[in-house]
Design a protein around this ligand. Structure first.
Ligand SMILES: NC(=O)C1=CN([C@@H]2O[C@H](COP(=O)(O)OP(=O)(O)OC[C@H]3O[C@@H](n4cnc5c(N)ncnc54)[C@H](OP(=O)(O)O)[C@@H]3O)[C@@H](O)[C@H]2O)C=CC1
Ligand SMILES: CC(C)(CO)C(=O)C(=O)O
Length: 310
């Protein structure tokens, strides 16, 4: 009998829908792999009937999940769980997967930010908890339907100074699904590079109510992005975070590669008055750390105070 690998995608929005659909689309359906989704109750029957869809330029990818549910009780434990919610929903989703985590479960959060891993480890001390992040621009356009706007796409994961057969197996699974995955023990600089990029981008797009293209082309906006980035890098170094040489140039390159008319999800959420947004994780983090460590971060303070008033 073939041993089945069970993967749970927890949260079916843009990120869960994109990577989940690609995994489903490449499932050999020979009983060796099951890709399942924990979703909001209102989405269950639609996704069960219609499946998943990703639109990428002129290309359309479709996928059929092996199971879709909103209550994971009775579903057993999983080999891999990808956490694909926004950060304010992390604790809620950890409650939902409390019976899905077994002795050999690998958990990979794909959220922006740097604090989720500690919270997951605290909750599930026996699980193998990775750091994870993605570089991509995708948005949910319907239940189980996602549109990709960036030309780039990268899913990074790993555990500092640790390798494990379970991780290399999952890496191969992702690659065979056509996902540009990166598995590394040098994950800390990768996670922080994405965090420093997205926090500076989120702060400047929200503060100026601007798209990526406007941040790049307006001198004042771009200088503010750079000032936020300098403050972030300075804080990271004072926190003894390991950053690679050339991190600043790499992050400026990331900004230059973003689609001209797109913006950050924090900016979209604030425009939509969505209270489940990631302002605390992406901007409040710096405000809190600057106070805790007694470091002046005037640009972060200016943005945080201004956004708090809105
Ligand atoms: N979109 C992007 O391009 C990128 C996003 N990221 C990061 O990835 C993370 C996910 O973002 P994204 O996919 O855009 O967010 P979305 O809001 O599109 O997706 C999150 C999904 O999780 C669902 N969810 C939350 N809690 C639960 C729960 N308890 N049970 C079931 N479903 C739940 C939400 O439902 P509901 O809407 O009903 O609350 C929503 O459908 C964020 O941290 C984001 O910053 C990183 C890189 C790029
Ligand atoms: C990369 C980017 C900007 C994609 O939407 C992102 O991570 C976010 O908006 O949170």
């Amino acid at each position: 009998m073939i041993e089945k690998t069970k993967v749970l995608i927890a949260g079916l929005g843009a990120i869960g829908g994109y990577f989940g659909c690609k995994l489903c689309a490449s499932n050999p359906n020979d009983g060796s792999l099951s890709i399942e989704f924990l979703v909001r109750e209102k989405s269950v029957s639609f996704v069960q009937e219609q499946g998943l869809m990703v639109r990428d330029g002129g290309l359309e990818i479709t996928g059929k999940p092996d199971d879709v549910f909103h209550d994971a009780r009775g579903k057993g434990t999983y080999d891999y769980i990808l956490i694909c919610t926004k950060t304010p929903d992390l604790l809620g989703i950890l409650d939902c997967i409390s019976q899905s985590v077994g002795e050999r479960t690998v958990i990979i959060p794909l959220m922006n930010g740097v604090q989720s891993v500690l919270q997951i480890k605290e909750r599930f001390p026996s699980a193998l908890v990775c750091y994870g992040c993605t570089n991509i621009v995708v948005r949910k356009v319907g239940d189980g339907a996602v549109e990709k706007f960036s030309e780039f796409e990268k899913l990074h994961f790993g555990i500092p100074s640790q390798m494990d057969d379970r991780l290399t197996y999952f890496y191969q699974l992702l690659r065979s699904a056509g996902i540009d995955a990166g598995l590394t023990e040098e994950i800390e600089p990768v996670i922080w590079t994405k965090f420093l990029f997205i926090s500076s981008a989120a702060a400047s797009t929200c503060y100026f109510n601007a798209t990526f293209g406007q941040i790049r082309s307006n001198r004042d906006f771009f200088d503010t992005f750079l000032a936020l980035l300098d403050e972030g890098i300075d804080l990271a170094l004072k926190m003894n975070v390991r950053l690679n040489l050339g991190t600043k140039e790499n992050i400026i390159g990331m900004l230059m590669a973003t689609p001209i008319d797109a913006t950050t999800s924090l900016h979209s959420d604030l425009q939509d008055n969505n209270p489940r947004n990631e302002m605390e994780e992406l901007i409040g983090f710096f405000e809190a750390k600057s106070k805790e460590m007694g470091i002046g971060m005037p640009y972060h303070q200016m943005v945080y105070e201004s956004l708090k008033k809105k």
